[in-house]
Design a protein around this ligand. Structure first.
Ligand SMILES: Nc1ncnc2c1ncn2[C@@H]1O[C@H](COP(=O)(O)OP(=O)(O)OP(=O)(O)O)[C@@H](O)[C@H]1O
Length: 214
């Protein structure tokens, strides 16, 4: 089956009457690079969590047709349960020959043997992304994978996602509209009166509605 995610008539509010989504329906298909955009607070992370089953919606149906799902959240705090190094993490998830190319692709050589918790936010993000890919999920959900990265790291991560995704299905929340236009196969725009699914080339015209830009 090519439909990997189906969201049907999803309605959700954290507070009674303050809806983030009302009757939202869309599908994600195998091999999609499906991007979700929208202003702060529009509900992008919430939607990912609903798809992942971490939050329950008030009504609607979510079907996920994937045996192996990977998720890299916006921020992750591991201080309390992991004191090791990226090298140890890599060793735990994949054989050495599978890890090498990712380390050089994302320029992680210099951080491999330092305590993970002492790495910068951007370095940690690249390590988490690597781990997620090494676990070889068929559906990978990424919340702002390029946020907080310097311009070189952003390019490396973008190139990495393009190269490593192969037949994987990606669902990616991003504020980087250039990244979205360059990579997305479909874009879901949140934060308007009505959420809309658009083709990447039509995104620019949507910006006027979403952000009030001219
Ligand atoms: N657990 C919660 N309880 C109540 N309200 C919440 C909760 N989590 C998020 N919200 C609110 O719901 C709205 C959507 O939050 P969410 O994190 O999904 O937005 P987002 O589109 O991912 O934003 P950003 O671009 O800033 O990351 C925000 O107004 C937020 O304050």
């Amino acid at each position: 089956m090519n439909e990997i995610i189906r969201v049907e008539n999803l309605t959700f509010a954290y507070r009674r009457g303050e809806y983030l989504f009302k009757d939202l329906s869309f599908s994600v298909y195998r091999g999609d690079f499906f991007c979700i955009v929208g202003p702060n607070g529009a509900g992008k992370t919430t939607l990912l969590k609903i798809i992942l089953g971490l939050i329950k919606a008030q009504s609607g149906r979510i079907l996920v047709n994937s045996k192996r799902v990977g998720y890299v959240p916006q921020r992750i705090s591991v201080e309390r349960f992991f004191t090791g190094t990226p090298a140890e993490l890599f060793r735990a998830v994949a054989p050495k020959q599978k890890v090498g190319w990712i380390i050089s692709f994302l320029h992680l050589e210099n951080v491999l043997h330092r305590p993970y918790v002492k790495l910068s936010g951007g370095e940690q993000q690249k390590v988490l992304l690597s781990i997620a890919f090494l676990k070889d999920p068929d559906l990978l959900i990424l919340d702002e994978p390029t946020t907080g990265l310097d311009i070189h790291a952003q390019e490396h991560v973008e190139e990495f996602l393009r190269t490593a995704r192969k037949d994987k299905t990606l669902v990616v929340v991003s504020h980087d509209l250039g990244f979205v236009v360059r990579n997305a196969t479909k874009v879901l725009c949140l934060g308007m009166q009505e959420c809309r699914l658009v083709e990447p080339q039509d995104l620019k015209t949507m910006l006027v509605d979403i952000y009030g830009l001219h």
